[in-house]
Design a protein around this ligand. Structure first.
Ligand SMILES: *[C@@H]1O[C@H](CO)[C@@H](O)[C@H](O)[C@H]1NC(C)=O
Ligand SMILES: *[C@@H]1O[C@H](CO)[C@@H](O)[C@H](O)[C@H]1NC(C)=O
Ligand SMILES: *[C@@H]1O[C@H](CO)[C@@H](O)[C@H](O)[C@H]1NC(C)=O
Length: 473
């Protein structure tokens, strides 16, 4: 009896010290708040705080997948556009990089920590190029210096702002001479070049590393189920893609890069149960691939479950979706949050990435003649020719997700959360001692909500918009 009383006393004392609110960020549908830091004296966990119209129950007893990060693709076009701003106004450029990549606690920034970078040209490059354009099966003329120099200088500047930035490499095509089309555009990888392509990818990883950018992951091919005669693209069967992956995995392991993940698929939700699953069943594929990546241009986010349920021990990345020039701010926030930045994670994604990080307001510059992005692909950020910077809806949706990453010794993982209230969607995360919550209120009005955590309750009135909050316990 005595020891029981003592231990509950200690528990009480511990409890009253716990749950300090660290940060609250909000973006409202009316855009009066845009990733704004708010201080609320209301938000403390206690007893007898009443009840609200909504209820959020955070349960850290159930822990799900690790979250790797949020960001976009630093295309050549993005690096070009940023570099142009650097030349015009170095101060504005430095401020913009900070507002995108600064992940220090409390920083007024989207806190992006993950970028995807093309190996060679994409449809947002000044021209078609690979790192080894001349036919040369020994790859003796291979060089990563064929990429525009502003790609590396921009990455370097990003790394200064966020030294933990994760870089995910992916080719839009093998060099043309490895393909039956003889060009970077369309066609298939010739089977005889399976190992050569794996060497090409190893050399790409080593090339980035030699510039100070050790890759976090490398995908075999962007969108392997589609070819387009106007832009770098390549069809791969699941067998061909697995063949390159098996060879690449061995090469990375024998060259001191066993931590670099090999990722497959990189295509739409709709073929999660077909191509993406068949890929992992190819010979050697389950050892070679750390996981697969999904894009949003076909099917729906729930299909990620089909793949996850077949391969629960493998990693699931979400690496591409684009906004379209001219679409509505609040509708886009609701869609990207429901399908990527909260919803994607509920369906097992460990990353959430958009397409171009930065382009101009029309979604340029593009590869000359490329037929993609006909209606204009909006960048996460856009910069006008006079240097005026605009942070778009994707910036805010992404920032709210990235602000939920808790930095410390332990990685941030998704934890269980039950949400009652039709207008509410919530995602909860923890690194063991820190906790965060991202809440979308898509209703018409403020919603007074009780948030339950470890037997205590806090009341918070969520504005129509997005709110990210974090606390420690
Ligand atoms: C490629 O390397 C092999 C073996 O090292 C050599 O015999 C061959 O001449 C090389 N081919 C070219 C085109 O350099
Ligand atoms: C969890 O995150 C918080 C906030 O960033 C940090 O202070 C703490 O050290 C982290 N804890 C662990 C175990 O990583
Ligand atoms: C804080 O409490 C006041 C008074 O009850 C209320 O008007 C306000 O909406 C609350 N704010 C939040 C963010 O819950």
């Amino acid at each position: 009896m005595k020891s029981l009383a003592l231990s509950s006393l200690i528990l009480l004392a511990w409890d009253s010290l716990a749950q300090t609110i660290n940060e609250i960020w909000e973006t409202t549908a009316d855009q009066k708040s845009l990733l704004k830091s708010v201080t609320s004296t209301n938000f403390t966990f206690g007893s007898n705080v009443g009840s609200g119209d909504g209820e959020i129950d955070v349960d850290d007893g159930t822990v799900y997948q690790t979250i790797f990060g949020f960001g976009a693709t630093l295309t050549d076009a993005s690096a070009y556009t940023l570099n142009k701003l650097k030349g015009k106004d170095a101060g504005a450029y430095a401020a913009l990089l900070k507002s995108m990549f600064d992940s220090t606690p409390g920083a007024h920034s989207a806190s992006i920590n993950y970028v995807r970078v093309a190996i060679g040209a994409s449809d947002f490059s000044p021209e078609d190029y690979s790192f080894n354009d001349e036919k040369d099966p020994n790859l003796s003329s291979f060089s990563v210096d064929i990429a525009p120099p502003y790609l590396y200088s921009t990455l370097k500047d990003i790394q200064v702002v966020n030294k933990n930035i994760r870089i995910h490499l992916v080719p839009w095509s093998p060099p043309g001479w490895m393909k039956d089309s003889g060009s970077m555009n369309a066609g298939n990888l010739l089977e005889e070049y399976t190992d050569t392509m794996a060497h090409y990818l190893l050399k790409s990883a080593q090339g980035f590393e030699s510039k100070g950018f050790r890759p976090y992951a490398i995908s075999i091919q962007n969108e392997p189920e589609s070819q387009n005669p106007t832009l770098p693209s390549c069809l791969y069967t699941t067998k061909a893609q697995a063949g390159v992956a098996v060879s690449l995995r061995k090469l990375l392991d024998s060259n001191g890069m066993n931590d670099v993940k090999v990722i497959g698929y990189e295509h739409n939700w709709d073929n999660a149960a077909t191509y993406a699953s068949e890929l992992l069943r190819e010979d050697g594929a389950s050892d070679a691939f750390s996981g697969v990546a999904f894009h949003c241009y076909g099917g729906n986010v729930k299909q990620q479950d089909d793949w996850h349920n077949s391969f629960p021990d493998k990693e699931l990345y979400f690496t591409e979706c684009t906004g379209t020039v001219g679409s509505d701010f609040w509708n886009d926030i609701k869609w990207t949050t429901s399908n990527i930045f909260i919803g994607g994670l509920k369906h097992w994604a460990q990353t959430g990435l958009m397409w171009n990080l930065v382009v101009d307001p029309e979604g340029n510059p593009k590869l000359p003649g490329a037929s993609s992005c006909g209606n204009g692909c909006r960048g996460v950020v856009q910069i006008e020719s006079d240097g005026k910077v605009q942070l778009n809806q994707e910036y805010y949706a992404m920032g709210h997700a990235a602000k939920a990453i808790l930095y410390g010794n332990q990685p941030t993982k998704r934890i269980k959360v039950n949400v009652n209230g039709d207008a509410l969607l919530g995602g909860a995360y923890s690194n063991g001692s820190g906790f965060s919550l991202v809440v979308l209120n898509s209703g018409d009005d403020y919603l007074k909500t009780s948030i339950k955590f470890r037997g205590k309750t806090a009341m918070y009135t969520f504005p129509v918009g997005l709110t990210t909050m974090s606390w420690s316990a």
